[in-house]
Design a binder for this molecule. Sequence first.
Ligand code: G6P
Length: 618
Amino acid sequence: MCGIVGYIGHRESSPFLLEGLRRLEYRGYDSAGIAVLGQNGLKICKTAGRIQGLVDKLIDTPLAGTVGIGHTRWATHGQATEVNAHPHHDGGSRIAVVHNGVIENYQSIKTTLEGKGRRFYSATDSEVLAQLIGYELESVEPSADDPYRHLVTAVKAALDQVRGTYGLAVVFRDYPDVLIAARLGSPLVVGIGTGENFLASDASPLVGHTDRIVYLADHQIAVVTADRLDVSHREAGQVHWNAEAMPINAADSGLSGFDHYMLQEIYEQPTSLENAMRGRLSEEHATAVFGGLNLTPRQMRGVNRLVLTACGTSWHAALVGEYLIEELAGIPVEVEYASELRYRNPPLDPETLLFAITQSGETADTLAALREMKRKGHHTLAICNVVGSSIAQEADGGIYLHAGPEVGVASTKAYTSQCVVLAMLALYFGRLRHMSFDAGLRIIESLQALPAQLEKTLEVNDRVKKVAERYAHCNNFLYMGRQFNFPTALEGALKLKEISYIHAEGYPAAEMKHGPIALVDEHTPSVFIMPHGKVYDKVMANLEEVKARGGPVIVVACEGDTDAARLADEVIYTPHVEEFLQPIISVAPLQLLAYHIAVLRGCDVDKPRNLAKSVTVE
Ligand code: G6P
């Protein structure tokens, strides 16, 4: 979703701003812009659409200056037009603002300011910040002993009036040697350089420029000059800041031989699974070992219920976790959409442990659900990929995925890593309870075999491509699976929807008879995920029901399954693995199927329309 960059120093700011915005592209956006302060005053350049459009504009009319801010916008209030793109100014081009987040009471502020004669030019909530700061600035006097105090006073006065969330950066035409940033609910980091400082909404634009970063916390305001950073809390005053090392893997290392990040990330999965498991499986104790849960084994043993909360693909991983933990550890698990959990009031006893599952660590609903559970006194843990992200910092403890940066908007490697971490958690909780040493060891062996089995699974790529060619024209798909592979059906359908814009529904196979079967016809393929296991025969019966009604059937089945081959129109084979680990394997052909269909339909695989990688608004 929206991204922010800022620069102040001795170099031209535009190259950093544009490169930084490119590094934030993966978050999803639909317009972009920069504001630069130089000898010609404060100049803004914006465009609807891709950053390349901005680059092209700047070739014709470059913006010179050593202070600047930039933004990628994902439209919330107002269409994705050039006028609605950031930076916004105060009407007189005395200040420019970039803003991530949502100002909930923007309409009433706008009406008040319009009543005082100010004219608004955009349909965004963010413009009120620029106009309000500009308005407040008119009534504060510069102070003799601190050149920037009145600027902070004006920003604070504006922020005191808004309700909502923000990560924002402001530059002032008449104060070309300072940049002010503030945060509430939307992340911001300051990069500390030598004779220059940087600002960004996550660490990725700063890679290669500095390895010292300061994470701003909620309610903090930063005054950034070329050689100084002052941070204060809106109420508590001056804050002593500490620079942290740049997180390893903050940088996207680029495409290495693949056409798209999504395909590259699908192929990275054997490695990302290994990374998720590295050092976490103890054969000596036949269990999993986690360093950062911040609870003693005795406290963990006392946990009598788990709530797993997440959004999107991470929510599907949570469902896989529910099956795994209940099966292997016998602990009741509840899976909740974070957006629902934050407003529900579920009666939970104190021994309930919350896991927030998130790739980015920034999803607004997941963060809010975590805070709500924390407020109620529950211990909260995160299963997260991005080191130093808001959720990673606010949770009481957690487990990093170590999957490396995931750039493709459609999550792939983070999903399988989340599933494998949840499988290790199931082992851990099981071994704290009833699971025998031998059973624990068998699970460890199965987990250790997974990367090679996933590698082998990916050999189906050419076969999947052929299947994609046959069905890419269809406008509706059904995905059916049962038990451990019910979430796989949901995830397969979501992948197809996200990147190829085809309507797809995932269902527990037996539920098909209660609705989806009405959709079955010769133009609606049904994808059955049916590896060998307890429910194989039942799913086979559902498959027959679809065949009997003339629907094309694509099956993901275990190697050697001749029954599936006989009945289905297409079979995609995967290796045999333990039934409870099958979701980690059987999702891979579905990721590939969605990928190839999207490519065949000419879709922008890595940046699908309307979607964002990191959803930082409610
Ligand atoms: C967005 C992304 C999805 C992701 C979801 C949750 O919708 O496009 O790929 O699954 O957010 O994100 P998180 O970072 O919390 O896992």
